[in-house]
Design a protein around this ligand. Structure first.
Ligand SMILES: [Zn+2]
Length: 393
């Protein structure tokens, strides 16, 4: 909603901020025209945004015969957001500017099984250290992702076998005791999908597939991330495939993707084949060396992933399937298998122009997505207005 009708309430500072951020209006005159506000009302609201640091003023080019009008621009350096991407085996932390650019980042080598209090306590210390090296350390929000379904009401894990000890724990309070700012929590693959969508603004319909220790997908349809009714959209890891060897899964099913095509499954199978593998990095290294068993097993994993994705492609008709996660280092055989199965099993109408590509943000989509998640909230007009009125109190 960009235009305003004369009967609507006067535009707030937050709404003016949106006009500036989206590039719809850049001068006070343009803001006045877009909002119908008087010059003094525009000036009062713009002054508050300037004082808060959300916008900045730059001298425009001289108009012929007149004084150059000062232009207002979104001030990406006017604060920071914190991003925490919790993984099963390690957590990535970053400080990002208000445009989502990573300013400082580090990795916390600590498994999620250490529990939310211990892990997020260590993460807060790491974030504090990262903030020391940033020019404008005013924190405006925190985006947090966890590897599992998120209970939106609690802001925590909805109970995922991969995260023992996290079920039902309210996570935002573990961060707000140090940083008193809004916290948003989402599933790890959902935030990666947000990041890939931002990196491909021309694509409205995409599937983001993450293959790391586990397997999951994020769905963007019609330009909007789809979380589903209970936050479980894209949980493809526990979909069984048709020609598996009959391996039982923790969920009670047999031959789920998670036990056949995940990084953990490949580590298990290559170790059984006599290779010295301790983690996904070893699987990737073997594939890069051309180890025939590793290449064959990764390709088979890709085919099984493709079998499940084919149904999703028929259902959603994405323009792009992007593949990320730790196993993306073994991209060639993985995606050869994915392609083979998708093209065999999906309808031609859904695959004729389908792109299947590695994620653009190799290794960074988790923290970038967490930043986008919280920026969507803290830079929304209503949040900007609420933050400005808090300062008045
Ligand atoms: Zn399962």
């Amino acid at each position: 909603m960009r235009g305003r009708t004369p009967t609507s309430a006067p535009a707030t500072a937050g709404e003016i901020f949106r006009l500036v951020r989206e590039g719809t209006a850049g001068t006070r005159t343009e803001i006045g025209r877009a909002t119908g506000l008087s010059r003094t009302a525009v000036a009062a609201r713009v002054d508050r945004l300037l004082a808060d640091g959300l916008v900045t003023e730059v001298q425009g080019a001289a108009a012929t015969g007149g004084r150059p009008a000062a232009r207002l621009e979104f001030h990406a350096s006017g604060g920071a957001v914190l991003a925490l991407s919790v993984g099963i085996s390690r957590t990535k932390a970053a400080v990002c500017d208000l445009a989502g650019e990573v300013l400082a980042e580090d990795v916390l080598e600590q498994p999620a099984s250490s529990g939310p209090e211990t892990l997020l306590g260590a993460a807060v210390e790491l974030l504090d250290k990262l903030l020391d090296g940033v020019d404008n350390p005013v924190v405006r929000g925190i985006g947090l992702s966890i590897p599992g379904t998120v209970d939106g009401g609690v802001g925590g894990s909805a109970g995922v076998p991969a995260l023992p000890g996290w079920e039902g724990i309210e996570l935002p309070p573990l961060l707000t005791t140090r940083f008193d700012v809004p916290v948003r929590v989402d599933n790890d693959v959902n935030v990666m999908a947000l990041a890939e969508h931002a990196a491909h603004p021309e694509v409205d319909d995409l599937l983001m597939v993450k293959v790391s220790t586990g397997v999951g997908a994020g769905v963007v349809a019609g330009g909007v991330l789809q979380r589903g009714a209970w936050g479980a959209a894209g949980e493809i890891g526990h979909t069984p495939v048709h020609d598996g060897p009959g391996i039982g899964c923790g969920c009670g099913n047999v031959d789920c993707l998670e036990v056949l095509a995940s990084g953990a499954a490949l580590v298990r199978d290559l170790a059984a084949a006599g290779r010295d593998v301790n983690g996904i990095a070893d699987v990737v290294a073997l594939v890069k060396q051309g180890d025939p068993d590793a290449v064959r097993l990764v390709r088979t994993a890709g085919r099984r992933l493709g079998e499940v994705l084919a149904a999703a492609v028929n259902l959603v008709n994405p323009a792009l399937v992007t593949i990320g996660g730790d196993l993306v280092g073994a991209y060639d055989p993985l995606v050869a298998g994915v392609r083979e199965a998708i093209y065999r099993r999906s309808v031609a109408a859904a695959t004729q122009d389908l792109r299947i590509e590695p994620g653009l943000l190799a290794g960074r989509s988790g923290v970038t997505g967490c930043a986008i998640l919280v920026l969507d909230e803290v830079l929304a007009p209503s949040s900007v207005d609420a933050a400005l009125s808090d300062q008045d109190e």
